[in-house]
Write a protein that binds this ligand. Structure first.
Ligand code: UTP
Length: 297
């Protein structure tokens, strides 16, 4: 029987340079889609997938993240007194229980693989999930839950995979596919940000992983790879050679790359339109805006 995955690592120690100057003083993960920070989407997805322990790999200047998950007694009291119970519920939803969250520091941004390795002692010898908050996935069944089911079925490492346009493939880790097994693909190789001529496919890995202790073990001796960073992809690729138990899951859902400005704007529009309380007014504005833009062309 495969061991239940109850721990998730959230690497949030990157510099977030694409969102400067905002990220000079605000962690990227606190940026909001409508009124919820990116990190809240990630936590909700993890909880729905059965995660019980949340491990944040942070860095200097991420204090606002810790405050976000804390209780806010003054605010709670004010909302209670004013009878704003709906808002109180929203507020409570963002508060994490004592001991549910652990923080570990990555001193230097040496890469995603290094960030994951920083959580080694907290994870221990068990399978774990990794969630990149930049990737927000709108799905009926949460993407990580889909991956948990695939992990239970295979007992293997599962990475979330999606086709990307060939012109953009070199920005991702790409899978070298062995076999297609329904939405799952068995993988015979994996390469981070290859040159276009070296791309094994345009099936890209995005920011959700369920990994076995073997991958953490590989990270302990992982040398820097693409971009001079210690790459998680390289440690997973090593595991393919050692144990041949890595799968990509073509998940059901719409992924937004909120680490890029264009992706963040697209997600803002999509999540704004999905909100019953905003949709009509927002849609009317968008239509008007598009008509004006078209007329001006
Ligand atoms: P990115 O490649 O998006 O880097 O990292 P970034 O620093 O967040 O953003 P840009 O590119 O400068 O705008 C992908 C994920 O890995 C984490 C980031 O926090 C992000 O969630 N990461 C990356 C770390 O935690 N540590 C690192 O050393 C590198």
């Amino acid at each position: 029987m495969t061991r239940k995955v109850t721990k998730a690592i959230f690497p949030v120690a990157g510099l977030g340079t694409r969102f400067l100057p905002a990220t000079k003083s605000i962690p990227k993960e606190i940026l909001c889609l409508v009124d919820r920070p990116l990190i809240q989407y990630a936590i909700d997805e993890a909880r729905e997938a059965g995660i019980e322990e949340y491990i944040f790999v942070t860095s200097r200047g991420k204090g606002a993240l810790e405050d976000y998950f804390d209780g806010a007694p003054q605010l709670e009291r004010a909302l209670e007194e004013k009878g704003k119970l709906d808002l109180l519920k929203v507020l409570n939803h963002s508060t994490m229980g004592s001991g549910e969250i652990a923080y570990v520091r990555q001193r230097d941004a040496l890469g995603l693989g290094h960030a994951v390795l920083c959580a080694d002692r907290l994870v221990g010898n068990e399978p774990f999930a990794v969630i990149l908050t930049d990737d927000v996935i709108d799905a009926e069944k949460p993407c990580l839950k889909q991956m948990m089911d695939a992990h239970e079925e295979t007992g293997g490492n599962i990475v979330a995979a999606m086709e990307v346009p060939p012109s953009k493939a070199s920005a991702y880790g790409l899978l070298d596919v062995k076999d297609n097994i329904g939405p799952l693909v068995s993988v015979k190789g994996m390469v981070e940000k290859p040159k276009p001529e070296d791309a094994p496919s345009n099936l890209a890995v995005i920011g959700r992983y369920i990994l076995t202790p073997g991958v953490m073990n590989n990270l302990r001796t992982q040398a820097p790879g693409a971009g001079g960073e210690i790459q998680l992809t390289d440690a997973i690729a090593k595991e393919i050679k050692k144990s041949d138990n890595v799968y990509g899951l073509r998940f059901d859902g719409q992924r937004y790359d909120c680490g890029s400005k264009a992706g963040f704007l697209q997600a803002t529009v999509a999540f704004g339109l999905a909100r019953g309380d905003l949709r009509d007014e927002f849609l009317e504005y968008l239509i008007e805006m598009l008509e004006t833009q078209k007329a001006a062309q």
